[in-house]
Ligand binder design. Structure first.
Ligand SMILES: Nc1ncnc2c1ncn2[C@@H]1O[C@H](COP(=O)(O)OP(=O)(O)OP(=O)(O)O)[C@@H](O)[C@H]1O
Ligand SMILES: [Mg+2]
Length: 246
């Protein structure tokens, strides 16, 4: 095993003491294999646990499979082997994931994959409306989220004309508009300037939600006080210090 690393040995449901003392597993992956058709395995026997209150950073070299792992976790990619549990239940089929996906707080690496409405307000209201909220409630949530993000007055802006950093924040907003139980953020600081990064940092503290951040942005991750994991050769291992390859 490489310096600074220890193996991650807490598969979901492992006996780690009396049940009452154990933090609840929110998201658990065990023995996950995944390969794109005709390609070598990207994930191989991978285990992962996000517990209540967890603050986790996942890093790893470009192309090692971080975004793929999030796709599997969200039920957007079907693993070739292994088990996935989310919010206390094993999830296998699309319908199992559909129940929980809005509450997982997923924010795509590319904001253009998340934003598809004409205006920012429409994008923020889309999820709540889809979940059965009234137009008035959805508009109120949209306003609240803009305030939370420090983007007051952005509701009428044309989404496709926003800057890269503004789009990233609005993409996060579409996840927050659904009142998620966790946040799963794929490279959230790309395009963010210093002020927006500070805003994101204080948001993560204020929101007090368990989160998983996929990122290479070590200065940012250091400030979050996260537990640090690395994806390498298809598996996750825990690091006790930041690697020097970035
Ligand atoms: N749809 C796809 N079909 C075939 N191969 C793919 C597909 N999507 C990704 N890959 C490949 O799978 C591997 C993992 O990709 P992935 O996007 O998960 O990496 P990543 O760790 O998120 O990288 P980055 O740090 O650049 O975001 C890469 O080799 C990539 O080229
Ligand atoms: Mg990626």
């Amino acid at each position: 095993m490489a310096d600074g690393a220890s193996s991650l040995t807490i598969p979901p449901g492992a006996d780690a003491g009396p049940a009452a003392d154990r933090p609840k597993t929110l998201i658990g992956l065990a023995g996950i294999d995944f390969a794109y058709p005709g390609r070598e395995k990207v994930l191989s026997g991978l285990d992962f646990v996000m517990e209540e209150g967890g603050r986790i950073a996942l890093t790893g070299r470009n192309g090692c499979g971080k975004t793929t792992l999030l796709g599997v976790m969200m039920g957007l990619l079907k693993p070739d082997a292994g088990k996935i549990s989310v919010f206390g239940k094993e999830r296998r089929e699309e319908k199992d994931f559909r129940e929980v996906r809005p509450l997982m707080g997923f924010v795509f690496q590319d904001a253009d994959d998340q934003l598809f409405c004409p205006t920012v307000a429409d994008d923020l209201a889309f999820g709540p409306l889809n979940m059965g909220r009234s137009k008035a409630e959805a508009d109120r949530i949209s306003e609240e989220v803009l305030e939370t993000l420090g983007l007051e007055g952005f509701g009428d802006r044309v989404t496709r004309d926003l800057s890269g950093g503004e789009k990233k924040l609005v993409a996060l907003g579409t996840a927050l508009a659904l009142k998620p139980k966790t946040l799963i953020l794929d490279e959230p600081t790309t395009f963010l300037d210093g002020k927006a990064r500070e805003r994101l940092l204080s948001l993560l503290n204020e929101l007090n939600l368990p989160f998983l951040i996929v990122s290479h942005d070590f200065p940012f991750l250091k400030k979050t006080g996260c537990r640090l994991l690395e994806l390498s050769e298809g598996k996750i291992r825990e690091l006790d210090s930041f690697p020097d390859w970035d």
